[in-house]
Design a protein around this ligand. Structure first.
Ligand SMILES: [Zn+2]
Length: 362
């Protein structure tokens, strides 16, 4: 799949090729968006671009055209176009069918799945897939056997000297056992491997997976993409302010200085709900980045504008508290969305974070 063939998604395609060109590729990413909007096609095009040995660059892409794409002709591209590259591994929901009567897994359905992707130009929905498999029950899952296969696959060296890519389509259909088995791979990747999860809803994703993947939101089309780009620009503007707010908040929580914490909460609660939500999403992402930096040894992705904080705070976010923190943010964001009393919700969140930070040593 080349980006040029994913019509209506050139803006996000340009962000994706920029990430690869910059060399700052996160080893585990979540592409969140509808398959019919191209979330899976973009994941495949992203992997193909990563492995292309003759990447094409066209311009800055500011006029809404593509800035870069894979060549479509090099040996890696040719195999990717047919989805037959030996370092591309696909996992997806399966169920028993008339031909696979027991313990189904992705391995049994590889050729059907490739046909399905081809038939729908990689934009078929989950219902389309079930129909394609000829099942009515629609209870597909990504199971333990897929996890065992995935772990084994990642342990082997890449065949063709390229990036080894695992794509998990409909990652919210992973059962808990499957998810637990791959956590280590998400935390401590082997060099030269990339795990791309594709899911349509963040709500149904397990928090253990969410906290270990970098989120890439796929808009429905460039129309939304413009909004999304606008949102990103706005976020840039707010980022410094958010970073300052975050640093102040975390310091208060660590010392649990009630008077200044209460003033801080009053100040945020006096802002609009959208802004409260935007800040909480920033804080959640910042916390997750700290965890990745601490746990996976990744270079710092965020500059908090405070050298002392930059150098030390990430050490507070460990495997012992990252999930609790992530859940606490999720709960509060949902509460704010449901018009809960902002001051109370923010105060409760502050106490949860304060407790979690003190638990980091186990
Ligand atoms: Zn190529």
């Amino acid at each position: 799949m080349q980006f040029k063939d994913i019509k209506g998604q050139y803006i996000i395609a340009n962000s994706l090729t920029k990430i690869i060109d910059s060399g700052r590729i996160s080893h585990a990413q979540l592409f969140l968006g509808d398959t019919v909007s191209g979330s899976l096609a973009l994941a495949i095009a992203y992997a193909q671009y990563l492995n292309c040995t003759n990447r094409q660059h066209y311009g800055d892409g500011n006029d809404g055209s593509l800035r870069a794409d894979s060549c479509g002709e090099c040996p890696n591209c040719k195999k990717y176009q047919q989805l037959l590259h030996s370092d591309l591994h696909l996992y997806f929901p399966t169920t028993t069918t008339s031909s696979v009567k027991s313990s189904p897994s992705s391995a049994e359905f590889q050729s059907e799945f490739r046909e399905f992707l081809d038939h729908f130009n990689q934009r078929g929905s989950l219902d389309d897939w079930y129909e394609f498999m000829g099942v009515e029950s629609k209870q597909g899952m990504i199971r333990e056997r897929d996890a065992d296969d995935l772990v084994k696959t990642l342990a082997l060296k890449a065949y063709e000297g390229s990036y080894k890519v695992v794509i998990v389509w409909m990652a919210d259909k992973m059962n808990g056992v499957m998810a637990n088995k791959i956590l280590k791979n998400l935390e401590e990747p082997l060099p030269g491997t990339l795990i791309l999860m594709v899911a349509e809803s963040r709500d149904r994703m397990l928090s253990t997976i969410l906290s270990r993947t970098q989120l890439c939101r796929i808009p429905r089309s460039d129309g939304d993409g413009v909004l999304w780009a606008g949102e990103m620009a706005l976020r840039k503007e707010w980022e410094q302010e958010f970073a300052q707010l975050y640093v102040t908040w975390m310091r208060q929580l660590f010392k649990l200085n009630m008077a200044s914490l209460s003033a801080w909460v009053d100040d945020l609660a006096s802002k609009g709900r959208e802004q409260q939500k935007a800040f909480l999403l920033y804080a959640q992402e910042a916390t997750r980045e700290c965890f990745l930096r601490n746990n996976a040894g990744l270079p710092p992705a965020l500059d908090f504008g405070d050298e002392k904080f930059n150098m030390s705070f990430h050490k507070m976010i460990t495997i012992h508290n990252v999930e609790r923190l992530n859940n606490a943010f999720n709960e509060t964001i949902r509460a704010i969305e449901r018009n809960a009393h902002a001051k109370i919700a923010l105060m409760e969140l502050s106490f949860s974070i304060s407790r979690a930070l003190k638990k980091n040593a186990g």
